[in-house]
Write a protein that binds this ligand. Structure first.
Ligand SMILES: C[S@@+](CC[C@H](N)C(=O)[O-])C[C@H]1O[C@@H](n2cnc3c(N)ncnc32)[C@H](O)[C@@H]1O
Length: 227
């Protein structure tokens, strides 16, 4: 099935170099993931390889996970058949690495998962990592919710778009329709991510904000099982 990102692969790739934000996110992810030539890594929602390629340069092998043929075709064109890259054309929650992982990273992708699926993904990732494995999530980290007391980010985003006139109103309408149909974006804040990682069993969980809306959260699978 053709996905949203099959239609927007080119737009996203053009957007990446448009801001220093992405370079900062990349640096932070690499710092927290601690890649090394022995490591087996996975990139969830790999796209055309924004994280995958730097990770591949620093790791033994990398699993790229994505459900968009167009995105993965772009990635394949960039790696020139490197046998150390394993492409997994599947949804995040269907990914089976078939071997213990040392590193799992993701950039700008996991906000596509609804709340309960984020929970499930954190538990699956914990199970897929070997002892000492690192999970690093870089993403939009403002909660888009109408819940009382937490709706500030959504209201200010809608206000900023409204000020752009008709194009802004068109984006609000499109996003609202996608959100209602369940194909939209469900970002949560750093506190929620931190709680998700801790509840999956990760330790050393930390967060850093980068830019107005984004951040990186990381955690480590303990080397000893919890008592
Ligand atoms: C905004 S792009 C980010 C791509 C890449 N991580 C980057 O930083 O350039 C989001 C990516 O997540 C993928 N994606 C979205 N939902 C997915 C899902 N449920 N399973 C697998 N991939 C998914 C999309 O196909 C797309 O390539």
């Amino acid at each position: 099935m053709r996905t949203h990102w099959d239609r927007h692969a080119g737009t996203w790739d053009a957007h990446l170099p448009s801001s220093d934000l992405f370079a900062e996110l990349l640096d932070e992810v690499l710092l927290r993931a601690e890649p090394n030539p022995e490591a087996v890594a996975a990139d969830l929602g790999a796209g055309s390889g924004f994280l995958t390629i730097p990770l591949l340069e620093r790791s033994g092998r990398v699993h790229a996970v994505d459900n968009s043929d167009q995105m993965l075709a772009r990635l394949a064109a960039r790696v020139d058949g490197d046998p150390r890259l394993q492409v997994n054309r599947c949804s995040f929650l269907d990914f089976e690495p078939g071997e213990p992982l040392d590193i799992v990273v993701s950039n700008y992708a996991l906000h596509h998962l609804r709340g309960r699926d984020k929970d499930l993904l954190c538990s699956r990732t914990f199970a897929q990592l070997g002892p000492g494995g690192r999970f690093v999530v870089s993403d939009i980290m403002v909660p888009l919710t109408l819940r009382p007391g937490q709706s500030g980010a959504l209201r200010s985003k809608v206000w900023r778009m409204t000020k752009k006139g008709l194009p802004g109103l068109w984006r609000i309408t499109k996003n609202a329709v996608r959100w209602i149909r369940g194909t939209g974006e469900y970002p949560v804040g750093p506190d929620a991510w931190t709680a998700l990682l801790k509840s999956a069993g990760f330790t050393g969980v930390g967060h850093t904000a980068i830019g107005r809306e984004t951040g990186v959260v990381w955690g480590t699978k303990p080397t000893q099982p919890a008592a």
